[in-house]
Design a protein around this ligand. Structure first.
Ligand code: SF4
Length: 402
């Protein structure tokens, strides 16, 4: 049995019997389900048609991916942003460290970004003596707890207010409280100094706008805006599949992502970043870089059987819908991307041999396909991709699970 598979079985065997954990997750997902259900009806006349349109736009993107990326690079470079291409995590780390060295970076502030998780950004900073602070509240909580994000959208979903209060008390010296707003103020006070003193801000990108040569970012706390505008250097690390043709698609995707991701009409802060500060501007970073990350994506792109998973907009809905995720929780996967989407992409982004057990942690019930905005009408449904990975992985360990 492969080490990762053994770890997975051990962890899932323990967590599946943890009633407190189950209670926390079911409560969080119930809240999410109600908010999404309400918003879908409030915001869209025909939600299924909206999902279908999302899948079709993303399919268009995949059909034209090389051209769109070239257009993006040309247009954002023209505004003074340097574009770097990274074939894998190691190359992305190499680019970042070269930027950090050139600009004498000692301290970094981070916006929530799964792509930085993918390249082990935090571990790289620790190894190279670079101080870093997560600026997203959920990410800050897991950083202080010494954990990885539990969920791709809500990284601290598994923590109660009491647990966060205790954590802040121990790590930041704040008084114990059951007032969530007071805890938010503790994080805010702590982060203000990080924004002001950081040399570099790092973000991901929810979308790359090809025609405009710009970055689209969506968030709820405003921490992203401070991350990208206060420090003198802004670095973006984005997967190559994040490109879309132009602002018209952004106007469609922002409310769709807010609806299915968090049950909101629109997220609180939506930014379009056009480049570094111009000569006649008073604020913004002096230098801006975009690192375009492949890290196994072209391998997925060239495999017709799995290419459609690149339609994913990282909304997290398939995790919330998955009955297996609800029972074993996010940390059991030990991957950047958990749940159904993670089970399809992780074996491709990392190593098929080590991670071939992931697709077997699925009931194949199709709940993920029912909610995914990237797999409506455009064949294949998400759970079919999971089944296909099982086929690639061989007869596999399904019998061990069920
Ligand atoms: S696979 Fe679909 S449901 Fe899952 S995160 Fe991606 S877009 Fe959302």
């Amino acid at each position: 049995m492969k080490p990762e598979y053994r770890k997975f079985l051990n962890k899932s065997g323990i967590i599946a019997h943890d009633k407190q954990h189950l209670h926390k997750i079911v409560k969080a997902i119930d809240t999410y389900d109600h908010a999404v259900e309400r918003m879908i009806h409030q915001q869209f006349n025909d939600w299924q048609e909206a999902r279908q349109k999302a899948a079709q736009i993303k399919e268009y993107v995949l059909d034209n991916l090389p051209e769109l990326l070239e257009t993006f690079e040309k247009n954002i470079s023209a505004k003074g942003t340097k574009v770097l291409w990274a074939e894998n995590s190691k190359e992305a780390q190499h680019h970042f460290l070269a930027i950090a060295k050139k600009h004498q970076v000692k301290k970094v502030v981070k916006m929530k970004s799964m792509t930085t998780e993918e390249i082990s950004f935090n571990e790289m900073c620790e190894e190279n003596g670079i101080e870093y602070w997560e600026s997203d509240l959920g990410e800050l909580i897991v950083q202080l707890a010494g954990e990885k994000p539990y969920h791709i959208v809500t990284p601290a979903m598994h923590k109660t207010t009491a647990e966060i209060s205790q954590l802040f008390h121990e790590k930041l010296g704040s008084p114990i409280t059951d007032d969530a707003e007071q805890l938010t103020m503790v994080a805010r006070d702590h982060l203000r100094s990080a924004f002001i003193t950081a040399d570099l801000g790092i973000t991901g990108a929810n979308f790359l706008l090809a025609e405009e040569g710009a970055i689209g970012l969506t968030e709820n706390e405003g921490n992203g805006r401070l991350t990208m505008s206060c420090p003198r250097v802004h670095v973006v690390i984005a997967g190559i599949e994040k490109v879309i043709p132009n602002l018209t698609q952004l106007a469609f995707f922002l409310p769709l992502l807010a609806t299915i991701g968090t049950g909101q009409e629109i997220t609180c802060y939506n930014s379009i970043v056009w480049g570094p500060r111009k000569n006649d501007e008073q604020d913004g970073p002096e230098n801006m870089y975009v690192i375009l990350l492949d890290n196994g994506r072209t391998k997925l792109y060239s495999d017709e059987r799995f290419r459609s998973i690149l339609r994913c907009i990282r909304c997290g809905a398939c995790l919330n819908a998955c009955p297996v995720y609800q029972v074993i929780g996010g940390h059991t996967y030990n991957t950047t991307y958990q749940g159904p989407v993670g089970s399809v992409i992780t074996p491709h982004l990392r190593d098929m041999d080590q991670w071939a057990h992931l697709p077997f942690a699925s009931s194949l019930c199709g709940s993920c396909s029912d909610v995914c905005p990237g797999h409506r009408s455009c064949w294949p449904p998400l759970h079919r991709l999971i089944r296909r990975i099982e086929t690639v992985a061989g007869s596999g360990p399904r019998a061990d699970f069920w």
